[in-house]
Structures are given as structure tokens and as C-alpha cells.
Design a protein around this ligand. Structure first.
Ligand code: HXC
Length: 514
């Protein structure tokens, strides 16, 4: 056979294998609003950039009738390509082939591309659409997952790892996404759970739909497992590409810089924050008044909404914003918001992204519910993450900074590089009302008019302590700034921190309050 004939044969074979589970299975996939594994990869990568590997890999299972079964590509597509011209490694499980279930060779394909990503120091994007461990392959499937989890852990903090859940992600399979940096989900399509509704019914006698158990909304709003929620697969792919514009390709690089752009005129920070500390406002508007082009890419937007985290740019450079959200529960810290904030700080620190903290909070949320849910150990994660982080860390105290919240939100004491405060900032052990009630109790109780005395003492306390000047007099705050100068001040602070060098004692690793 001539080379030409052999090439023709290759192309024919390729076409056949690339059809995955065949037209009927593809039709079924499409009928529920899903793209095929190949369409997903091609939709994500730059045109003509995809290079596929291991197309002709076959499973090696010999039990339960598998010996006579052909599984094209063994249910997963792997390869390399580019996003905005920069290289990435990808895998996409193909549900049309044995439900995208993971057996030995399927896992080996995934681990091959994972090894490649780590060696080449490029991001890994994994598209999950699978019924989980291939039941016919028994312990070989479990071994495959173990090999994936180990590599996820090795790569953590070295290259960005992005998981996309575009179908079922069942059983132990969920732990790979959980070990990665960002998880993307799509409404009505993503399903993530350890044990499915049938097992729950058998074991617990409870009926629950797959959607209510582990649908996209549940993981975006309740569990916090997902970081980005989309209405459609196309929107999801666009979100992944947008994320890629904000992050560096590995921990030895900085994110790509863009031409600076002024924020939009609609967001004037000094008009957004009310002077009355009891009045709420949306801290995202303040971010938009600071960030280039008012472009804020929020992470975990629907989970623990009392905190706001996400990426933006200041003068063209990527920064991570970590903020309290006075619009929700006055911006208090609780278990979930502590987890959300702490993990994001660690991401930014691992990938050389300066952190801007916008602070306005009355402290940690009181109550037995929070105490029993472990607010002590969850809250400690923020202290740990900020203290450990050595990237540039800049804080702006917009209004309230009370108690543990003051310390936790990147205070000087946790080694903030710069702490700025607006003139309306109130920095104190607790809110004036509570403080006055405690320290002036005797005077209030014995006064002729206790209520009038209480008011007087609250005012007295406010005057003395609930302002930024006591902290400024000790150097805990570097400058009390005119709010309208916030962006300018931050640009300067980031600029001056460009070559920051800071270290921590050498150790194998710390023991964070996981
Ligand atoms: C082998 C599987 C499979 C699996 C699906 N298939 N899951 N084959 N092992 N785990 C096959 C089906 O037999 C079927 O093959 C094809 O994929 C499509 O599946 P359907 O059931 O027809 O699709 P659908 O109705 O959409 O349901 C999807 C599903 C369901 C919800 C994911 O298939 C399901 O519940 N699967 C099992 C999920 C699960 O419990 N996995 C956990 C495994 S244990 P044919 O040939 O008919 O087309 C685990 C532990 C790992 O993962 C621990 C690691 C630490």
C-alpha cells in the first residue's frame, strides 16, 4: 500500500473513531442541550489549534462481556491547543462512549495529559461528563481515580487546573474537580454527587431529584463546590476563556498585562458608600469604581454572598479583590465566607496575583449555629491564608473594621504591605453600641435617664475610638485617604510592590486549619 493509500486509510479510521459512541448516542446527547466532547474542546480552543493524542487507545477490560466491546478512544479525548495564543492541555470525557465511564486506559489517557501539563507548565482544563468508575473494570477504575487525584494534588499551585462539569460527575469522580482551582457548571446539565438518588432512596428511604441533590444551582449557591455558573455550555466556554485572560499560565509567571483603562464614569466610589454605617451598599460597585474599565470577574458569585471575591485589573495588571459585602448580612464573616475568602487568597498567592482587600464588616457572625458549625476553625483559615501570603497585599478600610474582622481582613498585623482607610472608617474592638453598653454599664444603669446616658456614652465612644485616627496614630494604617483618590493610591501601591520580596520560615508545609 502506498503512503497516500495509508494516509487515506488513517483519515477514514480517524473519522470513524472520532464519532465516539455513534450517531444515535450523539443525538441523545444533543437532545438534552449538551455539546459533544469534541465540540466542547473545539469551542474552547483557538481555531485549528487542537492536537489530539491517544485517539486509537482501547480499553483492556476482559470481564462482563467487555472483551468483545470496542470503545472509541475509551470514552475520553485528550490533547493540547491554545487559548488566545497560549498553550493549554485538555481532556474531555465522552458520555456517548460507555457513559464516559472511567476504566484503566481512560484514566491513563487523562493522567498522560495531566503529566504533560505539569511538565510543560501549562494549564489543565478537564471536561467531566461521566457515569464514574467503570463498573466492569473494578479496582482498575478506582486505581485510575487515585492516580488522577495524586496528580491534581501535585499540580496544585503550580499550574492552573480548571474543571468543567458538563453532565454527570458521579461517585468518587467528584474529587478530582474538588481538588482543582475552579469548577464551572451549567444549569440543568451539570450533576455532581457522591451517591445518586437511587442509592439515597435505598439506604435512607428519601426521594430527591438529581437536580436538587447536586445540580448546578446547588453547587453554586449551597455547597460552594462550583465557582462559575452558566445558563448554557456556550456561555460556560466563554467564561473559561475570560478567566484565562486574568490568570498566569503557571506559578513562575505573572498574568498577562493589558492596556490600562479608566473605570466607567457611572461608578464614583465616594458616592456609593453611605456615611451611615448601618446603611447597606453593593461593594461590587466600589470595585467597579476602582477596576480598569469597571470590569470585575466575580468568583463564586452566588455562594456566601456576604463576601465578594474575584479578578479585575488595575492599571492593566491582574489583581484579586477580596471584599466584605455590606449588602448581605452587613458583610459579616461566617464559616462559608471564610472558606471562600481563604481559598481565593491562596490561589492569588500561588499565582503571583496581588490582593486588594476592601473592608467593611462588623466582625464574625455571632450565635450557637455558627459556633457549632465551626466558625473558629473556618474563620482561622482567613488569618492563615493572609499571614502565609507573600504577594502584594493592600487593604482599604471603607467603613467598619470591628473586632476579629479588623485583624482578619488583611490588617498590618498579618503583614499587609499597605493599609489605607477612608476618613469615615471606624476601627474598634466592637460596634459603638455594644461597646458603650459594656464599658459604661454602671453609669448608664445609675443615670436618671439611662437611655439619654446611653446615647451620650455611645457618642463619646464613637468620638474617641470609632475613627481611623487612633489606628493611624499607631502606624497600623499608613494613610487616611480621600475616597476619590482610592484608585490612584492603589495604582501607586501596586506599582511600588512590583518587585516585592518576602519570605516565610522554611518548612515542609504548614498545618492550616483545613
Ligand atoms: C459502566 C456505565 C457507567 C459506569 C454509565 N454507564 N455509568 N458503564 N460504568 N459507572 C453506561 C450505561 O451502562 C450506558 O451504557 C451508558 O453508560 C449511558 O448510561 P445511561 O444510564 O443510559 O445514561 P443516563 O440515563 O443519562 O444516566 C446517566 C447516569 C447513570 C446517571 C450517570 O448511568 C448512572 O447512574 N450511572 C452510575 C453512576 C454511579 O453510581 N457511578 C459511581 C460508580 S462508583 P449502554 O451500553 O447502555 O449505552 C464510583 C466510585 C469511584 O465512581 C471512587 C473513586 C475514589
Amino acid at each position: 500500500m502506498s503512503l497516500k493509500q495509508k494516509t487515506r486509510e488513517l483519515l477514514k479510521k480517524r473519522e470513524e473513531v472520532q464519532l465516539g459512541g455513534g450517531e444515535a448516542a450523539i443525538e441523545k446527547q444533543k437532545s438534552i442541550g449538551k455539546l459533544t466532547a469534541r465540540e466542547r474542546i473545539l469551542g474552547l480552543l483557538d481555531e485549528d489549534s487542537f492536537q489530539e493524542y491517544d485517539l486509537f487507545v482501547q480499553h483492556d477490560a476482559r470481564d462482563f462481556g467487555m472483551e468483545s466491546k470496542q470503545l472509541h478512544g475509551d470514552g475520553v479525548i485528550i490533547g493540547t491547543g491554545t487559548i488566545y495564543g497560549s498553550p493549554v492541555c485538555v481532556f474531555a470525557q465522552d458520555f456517548t462512549v460507555a457513559g464516559g465511564s472511567l476504566g484503566n486506559m481512560h484514566a491513563r489517557k487523562i493522567t498522560k495529559i495531566m503529566d504533560h501539563a505539569l511538565k510543560m507548565r501549562v494549564p489543565l482544563i478537564g471536561i467531566n461528563d461521566s457515569g464514574g468508575a467503570r463498573i466492569q473494570e473494578g479496582v482498575n477504575s478506582l486505581a485510575g481515580y487515585g492516580e488522577i487525584f495524586f496528580r491534581n494534588t501535585l499540580s496544585s499551585g503550580v499550574i492552573p487546573q480548571i474543571s468543567v462539569i458538563l453532565g454527570p460527575c458521579a461517585g468518587g469522580a467528584v474529587y478530582s474537580p474538588a481538588l482543582t482551582d475552579f469548577v464551572f457548571v451549567v444549569d440543568k446539565i451539570s450533576k455532581m454527587f457522591i451517591t445518586g438518588p437511587e442509592v439515597i432512596k435505598t439506604v435512607l428511604g428519601e426521594e430527591i431529584s438529581m437536580e436538587d441533590l447536586g445540580g448546578a444551582r446547588i453547587h453554586s449557591e449551597v455547597t460552594g463546590n462550583a465557582h462559575f455558573f452558566a445558563e448554557s455550555e456556550e456561555e460556560c466556554l466563554a467564561q473559561i476563556k475570560k478567566l484565562c485572560t486574568f490568570i498566569p499560565w503557571n506559578n513562575g509567571q505573572k498574568a498577562r498585562a493589558f492596556p490600562p483603562k479608566e473605570p466607567k464614569a457611572d461608578y464614583v466610589v465616594e458616592n456609593i458608600v453611605p456615611s451611615d454605617p448601618t446603611q447597606p451598599y453593593d461593594v461590587r460597585d466600589v470595585i467597579k469604581g476602582i477596576a480598569d474599565d469597571s470590569d470585575f470577574f466575580e468568583v463564586q458569585a452566588d455562594f456566601a454572598k456576604n463576601a465578594v471575591i474575584g479578578f479585575g485589573r488595575i492599571n492593566g495588571e491582574t489583581v484579586g479583590f477580596v471584599c466584605n459585602q455590606p449588602l448581605v448580612m452587613a458583610g459579616v464573616l461566617d464559616c462559608d465566607s471564610s472558606d471562600k475568602i481563604a481559598r481565593f487568597i491562596r490561589y492569588c498567592d500561588a499565582f503571583n496575583i496581588p490582593i486588594i482587600t476592601l473592608e467593611d464588616l462588623p466582625g464574625y457572625l455571632p450565635g450557637a449555629d455558627q459556633e457549632h458549625a465551626g466558625v473558629i476553625r473556618h474563620g482561622a483559615k482567613i488569618l492563615y491564608a493572609y499571614s502565609e501570603a507573600t504577594v502584594p497585599k493592600i487593604t482599604v478600610i471603607l467603613r467598619k473594621a470591628y473586632g476579629g474582622g479588623y485583624i482578619a481582613m488583611n490588617s498590618r498585623h498579618l503583614r499587609a504591605d499597605f493599609v489605607f482607610a477612608w476618613p469615615g472608617a471606624e476601627i474598634a474592638v466592637m460596634g459603638p453600641e455594644g461597646a458603650a453598653n459594656i464599658i459604661f454599664r454602671k453609669e448608664i444603669m445609675s443615670a436618671e435617664d439611662p437611655e439619654a446616658m446611653r446615647k451620650l456614652k455611645v457618642e463619646e465612644y464613637k468620638e474617641k475610638f470609632a475613627n481611623p485616627y487612633v489606628a493611624a496614630s499607631k502606624g497600623y494604617i499608613d494613610s487616611v485617604i480621600d475616597p476619590s483618590e482610592t484608585r490612584k493610591t492603589l495604582i501607586h501601591a501596586i506599582d511600588i510592590s512590583k518587585n516585592k520580596k518576602d519570605g516565610r520560615p522554611k518548612k515542609k508545609h504548614g498545618i492550616p486549619p483545613f
